[in-house]
Structures are given as structure tokens and as C-alpha cells.
Design a protein around this ligand. Structure first.
Ligand code: X8Z
Ligand code: ZN
Length: 614
């Protein structure tokens, strides 16, 4: 881009008449000057204008997205594409201008704002308007295919994603599980060509911004050189991998006992349909199959407790809200209750995958979720409210600092609360009469590990795949094969039926069609244990860490809130240290939490003479 074009854009894009202090006459005057004689841009003014403009556009794009996700039709698709196109085009222009500006005379805060402008985009559009329009349309279409996805068990029994997930969690019939597993993946086949085109266009946009590809852009968002980020992830994974391997070995052994050698071969990767989850990403639902045999009945089942106590979708959310208010956070606004989606509508298509929204960058916070009345969704509700509480806490930050310290932080906050939903808390809210004795501890830890530890390699492999797709190491001809190679390599799971390149299994996982980067969830699964350990200490808790609850702790709440309010105004190590006293992400807190379980798993595997690995 030439200097001339560069200036022309600044004046046309940052000076919208809808913004205060930006009269159309002024716009014309500047544009005219820019045409004749390029002036040095005042970087401060650039940042101010960009920030205002992005704030405005993000609100429009956000509202369009909300309507589309709650009401998927041709019309809402057209509108969300248009709003998304405008927003992305602006973001790309600002990112490219921000990179070209001389920042040497700027304050640290202003320099950081420029940095935010440079990295704000997920899928940058190419400059060519027709390509930019196409990229916006592709995103909408992919999202729509996922949201509308159904699998019909019979002609008049077509099931949505949450309904199919219930079968994956509760059925113990391997044939039925296989059928549902395979059926859901049919929805992704038509995504393949669209995804391929999306990758190509977004890469073109990334290249124009000075990145080698989209993956490099994604890796550049962590306050460290982009090439260091994969090493950071690898180091964390190496720390926790032995625990995953012990869990994998134990679970495969128990599944083998339950289903037999034909269904679960003792040395192979675990067939992915038997782990209680559509994507084999969290395995908590198969706890009854793998629960410790020596302490029958020592534990409890959260789904049963919720149902026995008459919880419904709304009271589940109210109970989750009470957790946050018990720590000193303000109640959710009335509009949250009026505008959120809690129950899957029967009369229209929606995107059911749970999400939390901040519609006006201030108080209009909402969730959108097709809640099922079970323990898993009780946890997810806390996860989503964690997002909303974070968003509200940083609402007084300037727009460019409205965000979490890094994206893993946003995903970790609600989960910190979920870690507190153990027996201690359940007794306090009257769901159980007395705390189970210490002999239940291994079961409780195992239940938790099936979700939190099993998730780790899944959280890692999704972007390993996508990074290689963006870099061209993985080509469309081997999208599916490479997906399963990574699944096997990291998770030790395998497809239960033969797959071919006519399939597009990545597309059956929400975050692929929705283009949501996934490393954030891996980080969150590490960070939440660091936060939890530090906040339990702040709450004055003494005892085994997995029994800690920060319910009612105003001290822990204040400490947490203090970090949330920072938004992304500081590099994430500062935010991390404000809670934990340490600037490093580390798997040690997670390992401490599960230390008794690790010992127990190794004993079990040894006693059963299991050969671990795959
Ligand atoms: O997508 C989510 C949340 C919304 S941010 C429900 N999660 C990941 C997933 O479901 O794949 C939370 C855990 C991982
Ligand atoms: Zn989330």
C-alpha cells in the first residue's frame, strides 16, 4: 500500500459521521488535503478515531450476530454477512495502518493500543471487495450449517446437536453410539469446500498484513514472539502428559473390561464413540463405567441431585449467579434475564453451542445456551457466566483493552468457579446432607480428571491441525486423514468407523466452522488450576485442594475482580501474577490437585498389569 492510499483510508474510515466530533465537512476537507499532499498522521488521533470507530462497528456486528445465531434464516444470514464484512474490512485497514505508524513517541498505553489494533482480527479479509464479501459469506454459511445440523435416527425423528450429545453421554450401546457418532458427522461434509476456500481467502488477508499465514496471526496474540508460543504450549503439555497417559491407560482398561476386546482392543487407541462425548473431549459422562470399585456409593451424581431438587434451566442459572454474588460480584442485570436464551426453541434454528455475549460493551450481557438439566450443563453455565462477569468487570476500560489478559483467561474464569462445585459447596446449598467421607476422594478426583485432564490433548490438537492447514503443511487432500493422525497422536483415540476424504470430521466440531481459535481452552485448563489454588489460599482454605470451594469468599472475589477489571490493559503475565504471585503459566497447580489420583491410577494400572500407551 502506498503512503497516499494509506492516508486516504485513514480519513475516510476513521471519520464516520455517526461518531461524535466528526462532521462530514471536516471529513471532506481532510480527504481533499490527503489527495494533494500526504501529511504525517498524528498517531494519537489515529488511535482515538480507530478506537471509536471499532467500538461502534463491533456493536452493530455483534447485534447482527446475535440475531443470526438466535434465528438462522436467509435474511439474517445476509445481514450478518454484511455487518461482518464491514467490521472486518475496518479492522484490517486499522491493523495495516497501525503496523505502518511510527510509534516511537507514544506512551506505553498507546503503544499497547496499537498492538491491539494489529492483532484484533481472527480471519482477515483480502483487500479486493469481492473477496472480502465472499469471506464474510463463507463464515456465515459455515456457522449456519453447524447450527442447522440434524441427524435423523428415523424419518420423523431428527435430532439436534444437544439431543445427540445426550445420547453420546447416556447410551452404553456401542452400535447406537457408533450410529450417532457417524450420523452427526454427515453435517460436516458440505463444509469441506467452503472451509477450503475460507482458509485460502483469510491467508491472503493475513499475508497482506505481514503475516506468513493466519496461524501466525493467531500465535501473535500472547505478548511474546509468535514463534515462541508453540514452545510455550509444548512445555505445558510435556508437564501434564504423564498424568494424561495414566488416565488414558486406566480408562482404556476399564472400557475394555466393560465392552470386551472386540469393541475396545487393549493396546490400540480408544474408539472415540465410547468416551461419553461427541468429540471424546471430556469423558465425565462415563464415570459410572470407570468409577473405583472399592468404594461403591461413596460419591454422588450431580445430575440426579439437580433433578431430585427440582432444578430447571432458569433456576440452574440463578444458582450459578448466586455463586458469583456470594463472592461480592453484583447481581446480573435484569436485561440478562430478559434477553438471554436458556432453552432450545422448537420452532426455529439456533446455534445451540453455549456462548456469552456483551452486546453494548457495557451492561447488556447475555448467554445463549440450549441448557439441558444435567451436571455437565450446570458446569457450562458457570463457564458462561464467568465470561459475562469478566466482560462487565472490564467495561470501564477503553474499548481496545476490553478483553481478557489473553484468551485463555476468558475461558478459565467460570471454570475456576466450577472447580468449587464439589461436596463442600453442594452441602452448603442443600443438595447433599453431609459431605462424603475421605474414601470418596479418589472417585471425586477421577470424575474431575475425566473432564479436565482428558481435555488437555484435545485442547491442544485442534489448533495443531489448523495451524498446519493455514501453513499449507496439511492440504485439502488430507484434511481428514491428518485430523485423525493428530487425534491419535495426542489423545490416543481413533475413529470407530473407516473415514475417507469424503468426510470432513473437523467441521463437526463447532469451533472449526465458527472459526474460534482453540488453544485458549488448553491454556484455560492449565490456568484455572493456578487461579483456583491461589484463590483458595486467599479464602483461607486449608485442606485437600480438590475439596476447596471459594463460595462466599469476599476476599477471593476481590482478588479475582481486581484482575478482571484490568482487562487486557497489561500483558498477561502481570495479570496472572496479580492473583498467583507468579508470572509463569505452569501445569504444577493441576498436578498438585490430581497428585493423589495420579498415584492411585498408577497403582491400578500396575496391579492390572496394563500396558499403557498406544
Ligand atoms: O466452547 C466452549 C464453551 C464456550 S466458550 C462452551 N468450550 C469448549 C468446547 O466446548 O469445546 C468450553 C470447554 C471447551
Ligand atoms: Zn467459553
Amino acid at each position: 500500500m502506498t503512503v497516499h492510499q494509506h492516508l486516504k483510508w485513514i480519513f475516510s474510515a476513521t471519520c464516520l459521521a455517526v461518531l461524535p466530533g466528526c462532521a462530514p465537512a471536516e471529513q471532506t476537507a481532510h480527504a481533499a488535503v490527503a489527495e494533494i499532499q500526504p501529511l504525517a498522521i498524528d498517531p494519537k488521533r489515529f488511535i482515538e478515531n480507530a478506537e471509536k470507530d471499532m467500538e461502534h462497528s463491533s456493536e452493530i456486528a455483534g447485534r447482527a450476530k446475535w440475531i443470526y445465531a438466535n434465528f438462522i434464516t436467509e435474511d439474517t444470514a445476509a445481514l450478518v454477512s454484511e455487518a461482518g464484512r464491514i467490521y472486518t474490512e475496518k479492522a484490517v485497514r486499522y491493523a495495516s495502518d497501525a503496523a505502518a505508524l511510527d510509534n516511537s513517541k507514544l506512551s506505553t498505553v498507546e503503544q499497547r493500543k496499537l498492538e491491539m489494533l494489529k492483532r484484533a482480527i481472527t480471519l482477515p479479509s483480502p483487500a479486493d471487495p469481492s473477496k472480502s464479501q465472499r469471506l464474510a459469506n463463507l463464515g456465515t454459511e459455515l456457522n449456519g450449517l453447524y447450527g442447522k445440523g440434524r441427524f435423523c435416527l428415523s424419518q420423523d425423528n431428527c435430532l439436534s446437536q444437544p439431543q445427540l450429545s445426550s445420547i453420546m453421554a447416556n447410551s452404553r450401546d456401542p452400535e447406537q453410539l457408533k450410529q450417532v457418532w457417524q450420523g452427526w458427522r454427515e453435517i460436516a461434509k458440505p463444509m469441506r469446500a467452503l472451509f477450503t476456500e475460507q482458509v485460502q481467502l483469510a491467508n491472503e488477508g493475513a499475508l497482506a498484513l505481514g503475516y506468513n499465514d493466519v496461524g501466525e496471526l493467531w500465535r501473535s496474540k500472547y505478548d511474546m514472539p509468535a514463534q515462541q508460543f508453540p514452545q510455550q504450549l509444548d512445555a505445558l503439555w510435556e508437564e501434564v502428559k504423564p498424568l494424561y497417559e495414566s488416565l488414558h491407560c486406566y480408562v482404556r482398561g476399564e472400557l475394555n473390561q466393560n465392552y470386551g476386546d472386540n469393541v475396545v482392543p487393549p493396546r490400540s487407541p480408544i474408539p472415540a464413540h465410547l468416551l461419553g462425548n461427541m468429540w471424546a473431549q471430556q469423558w465425565g459422562a462415563i464415570y459410572p463405567i470407570v468409577a473405583p470399585k472399592e468404594t461403591p456409593g461413596a460419591d454422588y451424581d450431580l445430575t440426579e441431585l439437580l433433578n431430585a431438587n427440582g432444578y430447571d434451566e432458569i433456576t440452574m442459572v440463578q444458582q450459578a449467579e448466586r455463586f458469583f454474588t456470594s463472592m461480592g460480584f453484583e447481581p446480573l442485570p435484569q436485561t440478562f434475564w430478559q434477553r438471554s436464551l436458556f432453552v432450545e426453541p422448537q420452532d426455529r434454528h439456533v446455534v445451540c453451542h453455549a456462548s456469552a455475549w456483551d452486546l453494548d460493551n457495557k451492561d447488556d450481557i447475555r448467554i445463549k445456551m440450549c441448557i439441558r438439566k444435567n451436571g455437565e450443563d450446570f458446569n457450562v453455565i458457570h463457564h458462561e457466566l464467568g465470561h459475562n462477569i469478566y466482560q462487565r468487570a472490564y467495561k470501564d476500560q477503553p474499548f481496545l483493552f476490553k478483553g481478557s489478559a489473553n484468551d485463555g483467561f476468558h475461558e478459565a474464569i467460570g471454570d475456576v468457579i466450577s472447580l468449587s462445585l464439589g461436596p463442600n459447596y453442594l452441602k452448603q446449598i442443600g443438595l447433599i446432607d453431609k459431605q462424603p467421607s475421605a474414601e470418596a476422594d479418589i472417585g471425586l478426583l477421577l470424575r474431575q480428571a475425566l473432564d479436565k485432564v482428558a481435555f488437555l490433548p484435545f485442547g491442544l490438537m485442534i489448533d495443531q491441525w489448523r495451524w498446519q492447514v493455514f501453513s499449507g503443511e496439511i492440504t485439502p487432500e488430507n484434511y481428514n486423514q491428518s485430523w485423525w493422525q493428530l487425534r491419535q497422536h495426542y489423545q490416543g483415540v481413533m475413529a470407530p468407523v473407516a473415514r475417507t476424504e469424503a468426510d470432513f470430521d473437523p467441521g463437526a466440531k463447532y469451533h472449526i466452522p465458527a472459526s474460534v481459535p482453540y488453544s485458549r481452552y488448553f491454556l484455560a485448563h492449565i490456568l484455572q488450576f493456578q487461579f483456583f489454588q491461589a484463590l483458595c489460599k486467599e479464602a483461607g482454605y486449608e485442606g485437600p485442594i480438590h475439596r476447596c470451594s471459594i463460595y462466599n469468599s469476599k476476599k477471593a472475589g476481590a482478588k479475582l475482580n481486581n484482575m478482571l477489571e484490568m482487562g487486557l490493559s497489561e500483558p498477561w503475565p502481570k495479570a496472572l501474577a496479580s492473583i498467583t504471585g507468579n508470572e509463569q503459566m505452569s501445569g504444577q497447580a493441576l498436578l498438585n490437585y490430581f497428585a493423589p489420583l495420579q498415584q492411585w491410577l498408577d497403582l491400578q494400572n500396575e496391579a492390572a498389569d496394563r500396558q499403557c500407551g498406544w
